[in-house]
Write a protein that binds this ligand. Structure first.
Ligand code: ADP
Length: 376
């Protein structure tokens, strides 16, 4: 398929002048991580952190310049800024090199007004991570907390659909975005900024740039918990996020079969490596109860996550069955904790949310009381 060359893209960008410096973005060395794939062009524009609020027009000018080129199907430009002091590299690990020494937790600047940041992670896609993140976030809001939900799954952002939100977030004077809100949860997702059918091409530094903008250039307000739906996997992007996002802890979602759990162990080890506490393991699609005969089938081998959690000394947070109502409700934008709050599944999510909050508050497994759950 015809697509532009790197030289074509760089030539177009070399006509975009940064008005602050009076020179073009290429000769200023601002263009980073240029990726061209099947006509889709992605790159990041390196700026100084202090200029973040003012460079949106320059970002747009670069995007327009690239988009105009022949054979370009889409152009995505994101702003990235290195942290001024104590900065961790944008992409800290190289393939084949150990990512980080145990305990080598780089400084994670705190987010003002946000008490705790939790990652919901899975080592592979399709295990129900986003469904779990959404139901847990809404359940926490139902338990009376001020909750934000950040869709970090920039490769396939599904949170807007699961939270029935669309359109572009409003901004305050073009700089700070105001999160969208539904079901009592404030939400931000890259899905609000790009069309659903635009393929996402991201490299490590670009990923972090986008995530940091959604973390810091958003008026989250006061939050008790910010739930982050991480992209699936244990690769460089996930590791960078685990290091750079100021995480209070991570919740791992897995299906029960052995092969999925091997991946979950990898996920747990990834967080341990970068010194992020693992709050526990959730078994999703744990079992199936036939709606016709009521018989339980353990399609993916029920109970595997509990055994694995015990082996690894990680808390087992609970199990969620494979159920058609969980799928239909979350895919329709009314998570089951909203659509059917009295159902056993909603209660399971609420109980897990309570357990996560307890662990965050430092209750030990031995002396933890069951969470108080109030249904609205
Ligand atoms: P991931 O984020 O891990 O890729 P999703 O949360 O997007 O996975 O879930 C993938 C699909 O599986 C979605 O259609 C979702 O509705 C469905 N799903 C997730 N959990 C369950 C469950 N417990 N029962 C039935 N369907 C589920």
């Amino acid at each position: 398929m015809a697509e532009p060359s790197r030289d074509d893209v760089l030539a177009a960008l070399s006509r975009v002048i940064d008005p602050d410096k009076g020179r073009d973005v290429v000769s200023l060395g601002m263009v980073q991580g240029l990726v061209i794939r099947n006509g889709h062009v992605g790159l990041s524009l390196e700026i100084e952190a202090k200029d973040a609020g003012r460079k949106a027009p320059l970002r747009q000018a670069c995007e327009d310049a690239v988009a105009k080129l022949k054979d370009v199907l889409s152009a995505t430009v994101v702003l990235t800024a290195e942290r001024a002091q104590g900065a961790a590299p944008a992409s800290p690990s190289a393939p084949g090199r150990p990512a980080a020494a145990p305990g080598a937790r780089p400084s994670r600047p705190e987010l003002p007004g946000i008490e705790a940041v939790i990652a919901v992670a899975s080592a592979k896609g399709g295990v129900g991570k986003s469904t779990t993140a959404v139901n847990l976030a809404v359940a926490m809001a139902q338990l009376g907390l001020r909750v934000g939900l950040l869709d970090c799954d920039i490769y396939g952002p599904s949170i807007p659909r699961m939270m029935a939100l669309s359109g572009r977030p409003e901004t305050t004077d073009g700089k700070i975005m105001i999160p969208m809100e539904n079901h009592g949860v404030r939400v931000m997702s890259i899905g609000f900024m790009v069309d659903e059918d635009t393929p996402m091409i991201w490299r490590g530094p670009m990923v972090m740039g986008a995530i940091e903008q959604m973390l810091r250039d958003v008026r989250w307000g006061e939050l008790d918990v910010l739930v982050c739906d991480l992209p699936p996997g244990t690769g460089d992007a996930q590791l960078t996020m685990a290091q750079r996002v100021p995480l209070s802890g991570a919740v791992i979602v897995s299906t029960p079969q052995d092969i999925a759990l091997l991946d979950a162990v990898r996920g747990i080890n990834m967080f341990r490596k970068v010194d992020v506490p693992v709050l526990g393991l959730i078994e999703n699609m744990s079992y199936f109860v036939c709606p016709h005969c009521g018989k339980q089938s353990d399609i993916f081998h029920h109970g595997g996550a509990k055994t694995t959690a015990a082996k690894l000394g990680v808390e087992f947070l609970g199990e969620i069955p494979l159920d058609i109502e969980i799928r239909t409700t979350s895919d329709e934008g009314r998570p089951i904790v909203v659509a059917n709050p009295k159902s056993a599944h909603a209660k399971a999510y609420l109980a897990i949310a309570g357990r996560v909050l307890d662990t965050l508050r430092g209750g030990s497994q031995a002396n933890r009381k069951p969470p108080r759950i109030e249904f609205v």
